[in-house]
Design a protein around this ligand. Structure first.
Ligand SMILES: [Zn+2]
Ligand SMILES: [Zn+2]
Length: 502
């Protein structure tokens, strides 16, 4: 019987890691770290797993809460393959290098989770980059990646075996100004759906409304002569915010916009994969060579002297610098320089994890000891500037999650990647759209139904469609049909009971 074990991401956000045992294969679905923890506490708890017997890891997307522990697996003896899309591989290369330098810079040696050796082994040898709908087979098991619309290259993974299907949503996207939105038509009615619930129970303002508030705060600060710091998540949010600024640049004072650190590298990856983006972006690029993320005001920092020079001048500007939660990196350095002046603004975008400086700042703390990454000294920082929060997220909000589940209609629904209350509230809202709902904790094992084992002669269903003609389709295939005036998905054997011989 196939089953699922939850090692991380059960009733929590961070360190997502599940084991799927199916058809004699042992797979991991993601293997992430908890970005707010350090050392072993950041890892999923894989105790009791024969790591050398795992066949493969399927990576839903590049974010560290889904990938940060994969090089650690190699350290523990993992030798299997790591499947992901090509843009995910390009982003992983950047995110892991950045995480490695953070561990080397700020963690004691014995707490570091992996080294460049394990990282390169995954990137150069074990990684198997593929693309959406390049269905691949592992014995009789088929695996298909669908677009999840969360960040560049993000996937929903569908496993199918003899008509039995399991779908893992990964992190599910929301409406974005550059990514394609997800669709569910291709994999509706799976036997099992493993779905994220970060925003279970919570809705946000519309994207347009948040963008309006964000631009308005920036405009006021710049017109009053202040500088704006946007602590930046390098993947996804950098591109989203660059496009918001570019699209509305005529409403803002014409200042310089500085982009920092890893955000520059991830921007270059996004630019290489414009063809993966939404249709307007693709057409703008293909027909008019329009880069959706760059315009005349954008400057890229190249040297430390440029950075220092910026803070000796009294002119307004916008600085976008990682990391987004002020967990380290240049955003912390700029905070030390900018926080003491009342004229300036720190514009925090998106979810802040408890235990990070970004979280404390949002929750009213105003005195900090922050490490200056140039002098390596701890600095006392008194925050007197304005601090604002803009809920620009890459995650589907409650209503979108409900819409998604109501369209997918799984036999069994497993909710992960969310706080307990949020997941319960989501379960309550979608009860009528799933056969059974499970909200597992870390360490739980969930038995999945036995997939149907057909004899050779029973594998197909013959559907008569005209005189002397019939269509032979695999058993248990879900097909969209119009029945009694309504569109719905039905399995082939159920359709046969409706079709009369012509
Ligand atoms: Zn994510
Ligand atoms: Zn996540």
């Amino acid at each position: 019987m196939p089953h699922l074990k939850v090692f991380g991401g059960g009733r929590e956000i961070g360190r997502t890691c599940l084991q799927l045992d199916i058809n004699q294969h042992h797979f991991l679905l993601d293997c992430g770290i908890d970005p707010a923890s350090r050392g072993l506490a950041a890892l999923p708890n894989l105790l009791g797993t024969r790591i050398d017997q795992l066949d493969a890891v399927f990576v839903s997307h590049a974010h560290l809460d889904h990938t940060g522990a994969i090089p650690n697996l190699v350290k523990l003896g993992f030798r299997g393959k790591v499947f992901m899309t090509l843009p995910t591989l390009a982003l992983l290369n950047l995110l892991w290098q950045d995480e490695l330098s953070l561990m080397e810079r700020e963690w004691p040696k014995e707490e570091r989770l992996w080294s460049s050796k394990e990282m390169h082994k995954v990137l150069m040898k074990l990684a198997e980059p593929t693309t959406y709908h390049e269905v691949f087979k592992l014995d009789s098991l088929k695996v298909d990646f669908h677009n999840a619309g969360h960040i560049l290259g993000s996937t929903m993974t569908e496993f199918s075996h003899n008509g039995y299907r399991i779908v893992f949503s990964g992190d599910l996207g929301t409406s974005s100004n550059h990514l394609r939105y997800w669709r569910t038509e291709d994999f509706a009615y799976p036997d099992v759906l493993i779905c994220e619930g970060t925003y279970g129970g919570r809705n946000r303002k519309s994207r347009e409304e948040v963008a309006r508030d964000f631009l308005e705060s920036i405009r006021i600060t710049l017109e009053e002569g202040g500088k704006v710091l946007v602590p930046m998540f390098a993947v996804g949010k950098t591109q989203e915010i660059l496009k918001i600024l570019k699209d509305s640049w005529n409403k803002l004072p014409n200042v310089d916009v500085y982009l920092e650190g890893m955000s520059i590298d991830t921007l270059r990856v996004y630019e290489q994969f414009l063809i993966y983006m939404d249709d307007r972006v693709r057409r703008g690029y293909l027909f008019n060579n329009i880069n959706p993320f760059r315009w005349g005001a954008l400057r890229l920092f190249r040297s430390i002297s440029e950075r220092k020079h910026l803070h000796t001048r009294d002119s307004p500007c916008i600085i976008m610098a990682p990391s987004g939660m002020l967990r380290g990196g240049w955003s912390v350095w700029h905070t030390i320089k900018m926080a003491p002046s009342e004229k300036n603004l720190i514009a925090i975008c998106g979810h802040m994890e408890e235990g990070t400086t970004g979280y404390d700042l949002l929750n009213g703390r105003r005195e900090f000891q922050l490490r200056d990454m140039l002098t390596k000294e701890m600095m006392d920082v008194n925050v007197r500037c304005k601090v604002s929060h803009f809920d620009i997220s890459a995650h589907a909000m409650h209503n979108e999650l409900c819409n998604y589940i109501s369209r997918v209609k799984p036999g069994k629904l497993v909710l992960i990647h969310g706080k307990e209350e949020g997941l319960k509230s989501l379960a309550e809202s979608v009860r009528q759209h799933a056969g059974e709902i499970v909200i597992p904790s870390n360490g739980d094992r969930i038995d999945l139904e036995q997939p149907p084992q057909y004899a050779e002669s029973e594998r197909n269903v013959e559907l008569p469609i005209a005189q002397n003609t019939s269509l032979v389709l695999p058993k248990s295939l879900s097909i969209r049909v119009k029945h009694l005036g309504k569109d719905r998905y039905m399995k082939t054997e159920d359709i046969r009971s409706l079709v009369k011989s012509p």
